[in-house]
Design a protein around this ligand. Structure first.
Ligand SMILES: Cc1ncc(COP(=O)(O)O)c(C=O)c1O
Length: 277
Protein backbone atom coordinates (compact mmCIF):
# COMPACT_ATOMS: atom_id res chain seq x y z
CA UNK A 1 0.00 0.00 0.00
CA UNK A 2 1.00 3.65 -0.08
CA UNK A 3 1.61 5.71 3.04
CA UNK A 4 2.40 9.31 3.96
CA UNK A 5 4.00 11.04 6.94
CA UNK A 6 3.51 14.63 8.04
CA UNK A 7 5.12 16.20 11.10
CA UNK A 8 5.32 13.11 13.27
CA UNK A 9 2.27 11.19 12.07
CA UNK A 10 1.88 8.37 9.55
CA UNK A 11 -1.25 8.92 7.41
CA UNK A 12 -2.95 7.75 4.23
CA UNK A 13 -1.46 9.46 1.14
CA UNK A 14 -4.77 11.17 0.34
CA UNK A 15 -5.02 12.84 3.77
CA UNK A 16 -5.73 16.57 3.68
CA UNK A 17 -3.03 17.61 6.12
CA UNK A 18 -0.90 20.34 4.54
CA UNK A 19 -2.09 23.73 5.87
CA UNK A 20 -2.52 26.54 3.34
CA UNK A 21 0.35 28.46 4.99
CA UNK A 22 2.87 25.64 4.61
CA UNK A 23 5.93 27.27 3.05
CA UNK A 24 6.62 24.32 0.80
CA UNK A 25 3.22 24.99 -0.79
CA UNK A 26 3.47 28.81 -0.72
CA UNK A 27 7.08 29.27 -1.82
CA UNK A 28 8.69 25.90 -2.54
CA UNK A 29 10.80 26.90 0.46
CA UNK A 30 12.38 23.55 1.19
CA UNK A 31 14.56 20.65 0.08
CA UNK A 32 13.92 16.99 -0.65
CA UNK A 33 15.31 13.54 -1.40
CA UNK A 34 14.14 10.36 -3.03
CA UNK A 35 15.43 7.01 -1.86
CA UNK A 36 14.84 3.74 -3.65
CA UNK A 37 14.18 0.53 -1.73
CA UNK A 38 15.18 -2.75 -3.35
CA UNK A 39 13.79 -5.95 -1.80
CA UNK A 40 13.34 -4.30 1.59
CA UNK A 41 16.75 -2.59 1.69
CA UNK A 42 17.08 1.18 1.19
CA UNK A 43 19.84 1.78 -1.38
CA UNK A 44 22.49 4.37 -0.38
CA UNK A 45 20.08 5.83 2.22
CA UNK A 46 22.84 7.36 4.34
CA UNK A 47 24.27 9.16 1.28
CA UNK A 48 20.83 10.57 0.40
CA UNK A 49 20.23 11.77 3.96
CA UNK A 50 23.67 13.40 4.13
CA UNK A 51 22.83 15.25 0.90
CA UNK A 52 19.48 16.26 2.44
CA UNK A 53 21.35 17.69 5.41
CA UNK A 54 23.73 19.57 3.07
CA UNK A 55 20.83 20.94 1.00
CA UNK A 56 19.10 22.07 4.21
CA UNK A 57 22.26 23.76 5.44
CA UNK A 58 22.67 25.53 2.09
CA UNK A 59 19.25 27.19 2.49
CA UNK A 60 19.76 27.84 6.24
CA UNK A 61 17.11 25.31 7.25
CA UNK A 62 17.35 23.32 10.48
CA UNK A 63 17.06 19.52 10.03
CA UNK A 64 13.88 18.46 11.91
CA UNK A 65 15.40 15.05 12.79
CA UNK A 66 18.88 13.59 12.95
CA UNK A 67 19.97 11.35 10.09
CA UNK A 68 19.64 8.33 12.42
CA UNK A 69 16.05 9.33 13.31
CA UNK A 70 15.19 9.78 9.62
CA UNK A 71 16.54 6.27 8.98
CA UNK A 72 14.30 4.88 11.74
CA UNK A 73 11.23 6.75 10.45
CA UNK A 74 11.84 5.52 6.91
CA UNK A 75 12.18 1.92 8.12
CA UNK A 76 9.01 2.32 10.17
CA UNK A 77 7.11 3.71 7.17
CA UNK A 78 8.24 0.80 4.99
CA UNK A 79 7.16 -1.70 7.63
CA UNK A 80 3.78 -0.03 8.13
CA UNK A 81 3.19 0.15 4.37
CA UNK A 82 4.49 -3.41 3.91
CA UNK A 83 6.59 -2.31 0.96
CA UNK A 84 9.70 -4.16 -0.22
CA UNK A 85 10.30 -2.41 -3.56
CA UNK A 86 9.53 1.21 -3.00
CA UNK A 87 10.45 4.82 -3.47
CA UNK A 88 10.42 7.13 -0.51
CA UNK A 89 10.22 10.92 -0.95
CA UNK A 90 11.37 13.04 2.00
CA UNK A 91 10.66 16.77 2.00
CA UNK A 92 11.55 19.33 4.62
CA UNK A 93 10.30 22.90 4.48
CA UNK A 94 10.66 26.07 6.52
CA UNK A 95 7.36 25.34 8.26
CA UNK A 96 3.90 26.79 8.60
CA UNK A 97 3.57 30.57 8.98
CA UNK A 98 1.55 33.48 7.58
CA UNK A 99 2.93 34.35 4.17
CA UNK A 100 5.99 36.60 4.36
CA UNK A 101 9.18 36.07 2.39
CA UNK A 102 11.62 36.43 5.32
CA UNK A 103 12.23 33.42 7.60
CA UNK A 104 9.47 32.78 10.18
CA UNK A 105 10.26 31.68 13.74
CA UNK A 106 8.54 28.29 13.46
CA UNK A 107 9.76 24.68 13.36
CA UNK A 108 10.45 23.08 9.97
CA UNK A 109 7.91 20.65 8.48
CA UNK A 110 8.66 17.12 7.35
CA UNK A 111 6.59 15.16 4.88
CA UNK A 112 7.29 11.76 3.38
CA UNK A 113 5.57 9.41 0.97
CA UNK A 114 6.06 5.67 0.69
CA UNK A 115 4.98 4.17 -2.62
CA UNK A 116 5.72 1.05 -4.67
CA UNK A 117 8.67 1.52 -7.06
CA UNK A 118 7.97 2.78 -10.53
CA UNK A 119 10.84 1.01 -12.23
CA UNK A 120 11.59 1.25 -15.93
CA UNK A 121 11.02 -1.89 -17.98
CA UNK A 122 13.91 -4.12 -19.03
CA UNK A 123 12.98 -3.26 -22.61
CA UNK A 124 13.69 0.44 -21.93
CA UNK A 125 17.13 -0.46 -20.59
CA UNK A 126 17.76 -2.71 -23.59
CA UNK A 127 16.73 -0.20 -26.24
CA UNK A 128 17.78 3.09 -24.61
CA UNK A 129 15.94 6.38 -24.81
CA UNK A 130 15.74 9.67 -26.69
CA UNK A 131 16.47 13.05 -25.11
CA UNK A 132 15.87 16.63 -26.21
CA UNK A 133 18.43 19.41 -25.83
CA UNK A 134 17.02 22.44 -24.03
CA UNK A 135 18.38 25.63 -22.55
CA UNK A 136 19.28 25.34 -18.85
CA UNK A 137 17.13 28.11 -17.37
CA UNK A 138 17.67 27.18 -13.72
CA UNK A 139 19.24 29.28 -10.97
CA UNK A 140 22.93 29.19 -10.01
CA UNK A 141 22.65 26.78 -7.07
CA UNK A 142 21.66 23.54 -8.76
CA UNK A 143 23.75 21.59 -6.24
CA UNK A 144 20.92 22.13 -3.74
CA UNK A 145 18.10 19.58 -4.10
CA UNK A 146 15.48 22.29 -3.78
CA UNK A 147 11.71 21.91 -4.01
CA UNK A 148 11.72 24.70 -6.61
CA UNK A 149 11.56 22.57 -9.74
CA UNK A 150 9.67 24.82 -12.14
CA UNK A 151 12.42 25.09 -14.81
CA UNK A 152 13.01 21.32 -14.52
CA UNK A 153 9.29 20.62 -14.94
CA UNK A 154 9.00 22.92 -17.96
CA UNK A 155 12.07 21.34 -19.58
CA UNK A 156 10.82 17.78 -18.91
CA UNK A 157 7.43 18.61 -20.41
CA UNK A 158 8.99 20.30 -23.46
CA UNK A 159 11.03 17.11 -23.96
CA UNK A 160 7.93 14.93 -23.52
CA UNK A 161 6.09 17.08 -26.07
CA UNK A 162 8.85 16.14 -28.53
CA UNK A 163 8.44 12.44 -27.69
CA UNK A 164 11.57 12.37 -25.54
CA UNK A 165 12.17 10.64 -22.20
CA UNK A 166 14.31 13.44 -20.76
CA UNK A 167 15.51 17.00 -21.33
CA UNK A 168 19.28 17.42 -21.40
CA UNK A 169 20.15 20.97 -20.40
CA UNK A 170 22.68 23.27 -22.06
CA UNK A 171 24.17 26.31 -20.37
CA UNK A 172 26.53 28.57 -22.38
CA UNK A 173 27.00 25.77 -24.93
CA UNK A 174 27.94 23.13 -22.33
CA UNK A 175 25.84 20.20 -21.18
CA UNK A 176 25.09 20.48 -17.47
CA UNK A 177 22.69 17.60 -16.70
CA UNK A 178 19.17 16.35 -17.31
CA UNK A 179 16.00 17.81 -15.76
CA UNK A 180 16.08 15.02 -13.14
CA UNK A 181 19.18 13.01 -14.11
CA UNK A 182 22.93 13.41 -14.62
CA UNK A 183 24.30 13.22 -18.19
CA UNK A 184 27.38 11.43 -19.59
CA UNK A 185 29.12 11.08 -22.96
CA UNK A 186 31.54 8.30 -23.85
CA UNK A 187 34.30 8.97 -26.40
CA UNK A 188 37.14 6.56 -27.18
CA UNK A 189 36.34 4.56 -24.04
CA UNK A 190 36.49 7.59 -21.71
CA UNK A 191 33.41 8.65 -19.71
CA UNK A 192 32.86 12.42 -19.57
CA UNK A 193 30.47 14.19 -17.21
CA UNK A 194 30.03 17.73 -15.88
CA UNK A 195 32.06 18.39 -12.71
CA UNK A 196 30.08 18.37 -9.46
CA UNK A 197 29.98 22.12 -8.91
CA UNK A 198 27.08 24.54 -8.37
CA UNK A 199 25.78 23.99 -11.91
CA UNK A 200 24.54 20.43 -11.29
CA UNK A 201 23.05 18.24 -8.61
CA UNK A 202 25.77 15.86 -7.52
CA UNK A 203 23.80 12.65 -8.04
CA UNK A 204 24.12 9.85 -5.52
CA UNK A 205 23.85 7.47 -8.48
CA UNK A 206 26.49 9.54 -10.29
CA UNK A 207 28.97 9.03 -7.45
CA UNK A 208 28.23 5.28 -7.33
CA UNK A 209 28.53 4.87 -11.10
CA UNK A 210 31.77 6.87 -11.34
CA UNK A 211 33.22 4.64 -8.64
CA UNK A 212 32.06 1.51 -10.47
CA UNK A 213 33.65 2.88 -13.67
CA UNK A 214 36.96 3.53 -11.96
CA UNK A 215 36.96 0.10 -10.33
CA UNK A 216 36.33 -1.41 -13.77
CA UNK A 217 39.32 0.40 -15.27
CA UNK A 218 37.15 2.80 -17.27
CA UNK A 219 38.66 6.28 -17.37
CA UNK A 220 36.40 9.07 -16.09
CA UNK A 221 36.87 12.77 -16.78
CA UNK A 222 34.73 15.17 -14.79
CA UNK A 223 34.85 17.86 -17.47
CA UNK A 224 32.09 19.93 -19.02
CA UNK A 225 31.49 19.02 -22.67
CA UNK A 226 29.61 20.82 -25.42
CA UNK A 227 26.39 19.76 -27.11
CA UNK A 228 28.45 19.09 -30.30
CA UNK A 229 30.64 16.70 -28.30
CA UNK A 230 27.53 14.87 -27.06
CA UNK A 231 26.11 14.58 -30.59
CA UNK A 232 29.41 13.08 -31.82
CA UNK A 233 29.87 10.74 -28.83
CA UNK A 234 30.29 6.98 -29.22
CA UNK A 235 27.79 6.43 -26.41
CA UNK A 236 25.76 8.55 -24.00
CA UNK A 237 23.80 7.78 -20.89
CA UNK A 238 22.03 9.25 -17.90
CA UNK A 239 21.79 8.23 -14.26
CA UNK A 240 19.42 8.81 -11.36
CA UNK A 241 17.95 7.03 -8.38
CA UNK A 242 14.84 6.08 -10.31
CA UNK A 243 16.36 5.61 -13.82
CA UNK A 244 19.58 3.85 -12.64
CA UNK A 245 21.97 3.76 -15.65
CA UNK A 246 20.10 4.32 -18.90
CA UNK A 247 21.52 4.59 -22.42
CA UNK A 248 20.76 7.70 -24.48
CA UNK A 249 20.52 6.48 -28.08
CA UNK A 250 19.06 9.60 -29.69
CA UNK A 251 19.50 13.31 -29.00
CA UNK A 252 16.67 15.03 -30.86
CA UNK A 253 17.17 13.80 -34.44
CA UNK A 254 20.77 12.69 -34.00
CA UNK A 255 21.57 9.02 -33.52
CA UNK A 256 24.27 8.45 -30.88
CA UNK A 257 26.82 5.80 -31.87
CA UNK A 258 25.03 2.76 -33.27
CA UNK A 259 21.65 3.89 -31.93
CA UNK A 260 21.65 1.06 -29.37
CA UNK A 261 23.16 0.86 -25.84
CA UNK A 262 26.94 0.54 -26.30
CA UNK A 263 29.46 -1.64 -24.43
CA UNK A 264 30.43 0.95 -21.79
CA UNK A 265 26.88 1.75 -20.73
CA UNK A 266 25.93 -1.93 -20.74
CA UNK A 267 28.92 -2.77 -18.55
CA UNK A 268 28.19 0.09 -16.14
CA UNK A 269 24.53 -0.85 -15.89
CA UNK A 270 25.34 -4.50 -15.17
CA UNK A 271 27.87 -3.54 -12.50
CA UNK A 272 25.49 -1.00 -10.96
CA UNK A 273 22.82 -3.73 -10.73
CA UNK A 274 25.36 -5.90 -8.86
CA UNK A 275 25.93 -3.06 -6.41
CA UNK A 276 22.18 -2.93 -5.74
CA UNK A 277 22.39 -6.64 -5.00
C1 LIG B 1 18.50 17.83 -11.43
C2 LIG B 1 18.89 16.45 -11.05
N1 LIG B 1 20.10 15.98 -11.41
C3 LIG B 1 20.48 14.73 -11.10
C4 LIG B 1 19.66 13.87 -10.40
C5 LIG B 1 20.13 12.47 -10.07
O1 LIG B 1 20.44 12.39 -8.72
P1 LIG B 1 20.39 11.00 -7.93
O2 LIG B 1 21.31 10.07 -8.64
O3 LIG B 1 20.87 11.33 -6.57
O4 LIG B 1 18.98 10.53 -7.97
C6 LIG B 1 18.40 14.32 -9.99
C7 LIG B 1 17.52 13.43 -9.22
O5 LIG B 1 16.42 13.73 -8.88
C8 LIG B 1 18.01 15.64 -10.31
O6 LIG B 1 16.80 16.12 -9.94
Amino acid sequence: MTLAFFNGEFLPTDSLVIPIDERGHQFGDGVYEVIKIYDGTPFLMREHLVRLENSAKAIRLEMPYSIERFEELIQEGLTRAQLRDAQVYVQITRGIATRLHSFPDVPPSTSMTFRPSKSLTEETFNTGIKVALLEDERWYNCYIKSLNLLPNILAKQAAADRGCFEAVLVRDGYITEGSSTNTYAVKDGVVYTHPANKRILNGITRAAVLQVAQESGIEVREEAFTSEFLLAADEAFLTSTTAEVLAITHVDDTVIGTGTPGPVVRQLHAKFRKLIG
